[in-house]
Design a protein around this ligand. Structure first.
Ligand SMILES: [Zn+2]
Length: 104
């Protein structure tokens, strides 16, 4: 993985989500008042999104640890979704839906 500061391709200072830690991240302004984002590339040159300032500053070992942490969290979430999707799904009864519409 290679992280490079590049001119933001987005309009304005809208936040992006860090592809490493998933936290909200804002572009930084350089001395020429240009907005920069830390873009993540894999070894084939494919863009994987942006990194937040905190991850960039944390260094390669911390980035590796954060990626591991996030993978575990996603795995946990995926296991949960897999379990839920395997269960029988019961939506609210017509009676219940009707009650809701009466109240609104
Ligand atoms: Zn981050």
């Amino acid at each position: 993985m290679k992280i490079v500061w590049e001119h933001s391709i987005y309009v304005g200072e809208a936040p992006v989500f860090c592809a490493i830690c998933d936290r909200r991240s804002y572009p930084i302004k350089n001395s020429h008042n240009q907005l920069l984002l830390a873009v993540i590339y894999d070894k084939r040159g494919v863009v994987w999104g942006e990194a937040c300032r905190d991850c960039v500053a944390a260094g390669s070992e911390a980035i590796q640890a954060r990626l591991q942490e996030r993978m575990l969290a996603l795995q946990k979430k995926m296991d949960g979704l897999q379990m839920l999707s395997a269960e029988k799904i019961e939506t609210p009864s017509l009676e219940q839906e009707f009650q809701i519409h009466l109240r609104s």
